[in-house]
Design a protein around this ligand. Structure first.
Ligand code: PRP
Ligand code: URA
Length: 205
């Protein structure tokens, strides 16, 4: 399942992010706003359960999320995406996966992984602003599944059709949510029109 989240506020932020001279501090703030705007769409199927709540006036049955939420940013650029999700789900656990794409082969190399046990208990949202060839996201889902994850959603800012197709073939049970489905990849594996190198633009490197 692929969903492009069409919302005027997200479209407005994409207009800011796509400008090549948007400086890192404004880029980071805009990515954070998009992430916060996307969160309700990613969570709209989360199960809730009844809880008894004592209001100042009465006792009522209210709702709470049935399962805890885990956010998994793919380093580095996923870090820039994390804060907006935490703004809306502050109680979420955060686990990190460090991947770096080889610039020649475009294949991901894992340099860090810190996944807790009992991943099966969580609603997991995997975070990376860029879905390009799909290699990094496919590898991250593999690691999550090997650690017992059962419910995974993938959130990205910009997706290339090539990456969406290959990811959906590899992990048909993992829905993808994107702020934009872009046109294609260029010969260097960069998304067009895209954002450029998201990690560099977030961190000013
Ligand atoms: C970028 C991006 C994704 C990956 C996407 O990270 O943040 O993780 O490339 O490309 P793919 O879909 O072709 O795998 P990069 O590997 O450049 O690392 P960085 O975040 O440290 O810059
Ligand atoms: N990684 C990025 O940061 N940007 C792209 O366009 C592709 C991969």
């Amino acid at each position: 399942m692929f969903q492009e989240i069409a919302h005027p506020l997200i479209a407005n932020e994409l207009g800011i992010l796509r400008q090549k001279d948007c400086p890192p501090h404004l880029f980071r703030q805009s990515v954070r706003r998009v992430a916060a705007l996307m969160t309700p769409y990613l969570c709209d199927k989360f199960a809730t359960c009844d809880v008894t709540v004592f209001t100042p006036l009465e006792t009522i049955t209210a709702q709470r999320l049935q399962k805890p939420v885990m956010l998994v940013p793919i380093l580095r650029a996923g870090l820039g995406f994390l804060d907006g999700f935490l703004d809306v789900i502050p109680q979420a656990t955060v686990a990190h996966i460090g991947l770096k794409r080889n610039e020649q082969t475009l294949l991901p190399h894992t340099y860090y992984s810190n996944l807790p046990e009992s991943l099966g208990d969580y609603e997991i949202i995997l975070l990376d602003p860029m879905l390009a060839t799909g290699g990094s996201a496919i590898e991250a889902v593999k690691q999550l599944q090997e650690s017992g994850a059962k419910s995974i959603r993938f959130a990205c800012l910009v997706a290339a059709p090539e990456g969406v197709e290959i990811f959906s073939q590899a992990w048909p049970e993992v829905p993808i949510y994107a702020a934009s489905l872009d046109r294609c990849l260029n010969e260097h594996g960069y998304i067009l029109p895209g954002l450029g190198d998201a990690g560099d633009r977030l961190f000013g490197t």
